[in-house]
Structure formats: C-alpha cells, structure tokens
Design a protein around this ligand. Structure first.
Ligand code: ADP
Length: 480
C-alpha cells in the first residue's frame, strides 16, 4: 500500500471543476450576504441617528421660535437677550434673521454675521415659509441644520437657523461600521480558507478514486483506495474497494481455471504425441501398433470428455425461470441406476435405491446430471464388492437426495475442497478412473442454480455420503 500512497501523493491537487464551481459560488454568495449586512446595518443606524437628530433640532428651533415671537419686535438686542436666556438650547451655531435674511443674531464668535445678509440655502427656503432640515455624516461627524420661519399673523418675520456638528455620534457610527466590517472580513477570510481546504480535500479524494478506477481499468485490481471518514466519497471508496476485491478474486479464479484447464488438456495431448511418435519412429509389429492406436483413441476420448465438462462448467450461469420444468424425481433416479449398473457390475458393486414419487421444479438435465455424477463417483471411488445407496425422499418441506457408498472415503482435510474445480484427493486414482476433478464442481454449480444445498461427509462404517437438499417448491404444487 506504501507505493500507492506515494503515487497518490504525486497526484496534482487540481480541484475538480464541480467542486471549484460550488466553492466559488459559495464564496460569492456569502460575500454578497455580508456586503448587504454591512450596508443594511450602517444605513439603519444612520437613519435612526438622523431622525433622532431631526426631532431634537426641530424641538429646539420651535422652543426658540415660541420665545422669540413673544418679544415686541424682532431687532438685534431683544433677539440676542431672548436667545441667551434659553439655557437649554445648545447648538454649534444659532442664527436669527429678519424677513430680509439680515442676521439679527449669530452665535459665532469668529466670523460673526450679525447685521449682514446670510444666503444659506436653508434660510432662503425658510423665508419662503418652509421648514427645512438637512443632515449628513462626513469625516466621522454628523452635521445637521434646521431652519424654520418665524410666522406672526400669517406673515414671515424672520428665520431661526440652527447648526450642530456632533463628533460623538459620528464616532459611534464610525466605530460600529468599522466593527461590522472587520467581523465581515474575518468571516469571509475564514469562509474562503475553509472552502479552499474542503475543495482540496475533496479533490484529493476524487483524484485517489480516479487513480484507482484507472488502475482497475488497466487490470490492476489490487489498488485499494485509502480514504477514511463517513462522507459520501468515503462510502463510495469502500464500495469501490469491495468491487475491486471481488473482481480481483474472480480474475484470479478465472486465471486459475484457465491454467488448470490447459494443464489438464496438455496431459492427454502429450500422451497422444508420445504414442504417435513411438509408432512413427519405432519398428513394431501390427499387434503393438494396434495397442498404441487404441491408447491414442482412449486419450482422445478423455480429451473429449474433458472438453465437454469444461463447456458444461462455463455454461453454468444462473438459469432462467422459464428454463425450469417439473420433473419426476423417481424416474430420474431409476434412469441413472439403469445407466450405471453395468459399470457397477464390472466390480461387483451393488446399487440399492429407493426413490419416492417427488416432483421437482428444475432445469431439465440438472437433476439427472447431479444424480449421475454422484453415483458415478460412488462407484469409481468404491472397493470391489462394495455398496452404493441412493435415496430420494421428501422430509418436512425439503426434498432430500442422498448418495452413499462403502468406498475409500474422503479424508477430513479434503472435505472442504472437493467441490473446487480440478480438485482430486488422489490424483493417480482419479486419473485412472478417468476423472479430472470437475464432476463435483459441476454438481455444486447445478445444485446452487436450482436453489439447493450440497454437503459431503464421512459415512459411519466407512465410505462417504453426499446429501443434496432442495428448498420447498411452492410453485411446484401450483404447477401440478
Ligand atoms: P473426478 O472427475 O476426479 O472424479 P470430482 O469432482 O467428481 O472429480 O471429485 C473430486 C474428487 O473428490 C475426486 O478426485 C475424489 O478424490 C473425491 N471424491 C469424489 N467422490 C468421492 C466418493 N464418493 N468417495 C471418495 N472420494 C470421492
């Protein structure tokens, strides 16, 4: 695995375009939200302060207007006395003009405009009978101006103009805006960093998966993806590893099968070659030649049987439902016994069989082939004057086929392997009996594709017993 991680480490950390797109979208979206939040907070705060300022300035101007309108005449002295008597009214600048915009009072010391005309736009507007308010936030200070007309008997006699320059409230706005902005920037930086981090992590995982998928495409199934965690990519990787393992196992089985099959095919071919070379190269009488040719024929038969078995095995995919049909179990067992009796008789082996009238729903030839292979083995691996027993019966809701023999038996350690392809306990004996170690694996595959189970065991009193069970066939009753 070390080489794999090294190879992975060399992979470029290019974020996948999907991930890059979603990261950029996310960053832009959060940036817009933060920008809007900044604008909204600052705007609301300014508006709140401006309207509080307007209320306070207009109240002050009204208070001053009420006091001024009580004086007999609007001239410099009474106006200045009245304004100075209003202790509660604090402003940066207070100006009172007459109806012609000439200042009667100005609180400014430097640049005092008393006696001069003042053309402030607010004053000119107020002289036309309007109440004017203006407020702005600039250079971290709030500047607000109010101007109201002094009306007596429906006529405009002058204007009160108040101006305030407030640094405290301005500083408050500035501090708050700065804080919100700093928090937003910090937040956005964190979001960008996190997006980059997750993008890179995602892309690293993606690269690893891609790398493994490519290796698998090139036939290297051993390349596992090393991804920890519980997210979707980790789960995908685990599924992928599982798939790779299965493919690897199946590939190894395929290779093993091909190599075993070639080996098996080579042996009779080598014998044929040897025998034909002997005939060609050696002077021999007709009788010996005939014997050699007979041997060649037997080897050719062996090859034929072997290829037939190999073909059967490769075709044993799971059977389609429509390929199954209802079979008479007893008839199949009787047929097998009839076929194999001559072989048994050659070595004085007795076959006892008892088959109940059971019906099975299976692929047509499978049951015959299963009973045939098991019985043939029971004869092949038996002793002379031995015994073979076949029973087929329904027990509870299972159909049980049992093939027993009093033969050589199967050693304990071999029991777990006898269904493997090309497995033979005693190669010499099996070869002599014409076997290639494929009969039982054909039986196994056939039992499995008909939803059955098969089990091999030692028989009490010597020999072996093969038990095949098929699950209840409910449809079978329907089919009857
Ligand atoms: P073969 O074609 O060699 O008979 P099988 O797949 O039918 O191959 O059987 C595999 C091996 O299992 C045989 O080589 C034999 O050693 C052993 N075997 C199978 N059936 C029996 C049996 N009834 N008694 C003892 N050994 C058996």
């Amino acid at each position: 695995m070390g080489t794999i991680s090294k190879r992975n480490a060399r992979l470029p950390l290019r974020p996948s375009s999907t991930q890059l797109k979603s990261a950029i979208t996310y960053i832009l979206l959060t940036a817009s939200v933060l920008l809007f939040l900044n604008y909204y907070t600052s705007n609301t705060l300014r508006n709140m302060i401006f309207s509080a300022q307007q209320r306070s300035m207009e109240d002050k101007a009204q208070l001053m207007a009420t006091a001024l309108l009580q004086t007999q005449e609007l001239s410099e002295l009474p106006v200045s006395q009245t304004v100075n008597s209003l202790e509660d009214v604090h402003t940066t600048r207070t100006v009172v003009t007459d109806g012609t915009a000439v200042a009667l009072y100005d609180s400014l010391e430097a640049g005092n405009a008393t006696g001069k005309m003042i053309f402030f736009p607010e004053i000119l507007h107020a002289l036309q009978g309007n109440q004017v308010f203006f407020c702005q936030y600039e250079d971290e200070a709030i500047e607000s101006r109010v101007a109201i007309p002094l009306m007596r008997g429906g006529e405009i006699h002058g204007v009160i103009y108040l101006m305030e320059y407030d640094r405290d409230q301005g500083a408050l706005i500035a501090a708050l805006e700065r804080n919100v902005l700093s928090i937003s920037i910090a937040l956005e930086i964190a979001i960008v960093l996190m997006s980059v981090f997750f993008s890179m992590a995602f892309s690293r995982k993606m690269q690893r998966i891609l790398h493994s998928v490519r290796s698998m495409r090139d036939g290297d199934y051993a390349n596992q993806i090393e991804i920890k965690g519980r997210d979707e990519l980790s789960r995908l990787s685990r599924e992928f590893n599982d798939l790779a393992e299965r493919l690897d196992a199946s590939e190894q089985r395929r290779r093993q099968f091909v190599s075993d099959a070639s080996h098996e095919l080579k042996t009779p071919l080598a014998s044929i070659k040897l025998l034909s070379d002997s005939i060609l190269q050696n002077e021999m009488d007709v009788q010996t030649q005939r014997e050699f040719i007979g041997d060649i024929g037997r080897e050719a038969d062996r090859l034929g049987r072997l290829t037939q078995k190999l073909l059967t095995l490769t075709k044993l995919d799971s059977a389609l439902e429509e390929e199954r049909e209802v079979l008479e179990g007893a008839a199949v067992v009787n047929k097998v016994v009839r076929m194999l009796k001559p072989l048994a008789q050659l070595r004085s082996i007795t076959i006892e069989h008892s088959a109940q009238e059971v019906k099975l729903r299976m692929v047509e030839d499978d049951l015959y082939q299963i009973v045939f292979n098991l019985t043939e083995n029971a004869i092949k691996y038996n002793l002379d004057q031995g015994w073979v027993g076949i029973t087929l019966a329904r027990e509870k809701d299972q159909i049980i086929l049992k093939v027993e023999d009093s033969g050589v038996g199967i050693p304990e350690e071999a029991l777990g392997h006898i269904f493997d392809r090309f497995y033979r306990v005693d190669k010499a004996r099996s070869r002599a009996a014409g076997g290639a170690g494929l009969g039982l694996s054909i039986v196994y595959d056939m039992v499995k594709r008909n939803y059955g189970e098969i089990h091999a065991a030692k028989r009490d009193g010597g020999g072996s017993v093969f038990t095949v069970t098929f699950p209840p066939f409910e449809e079978q009753e329907v089919a009857e």
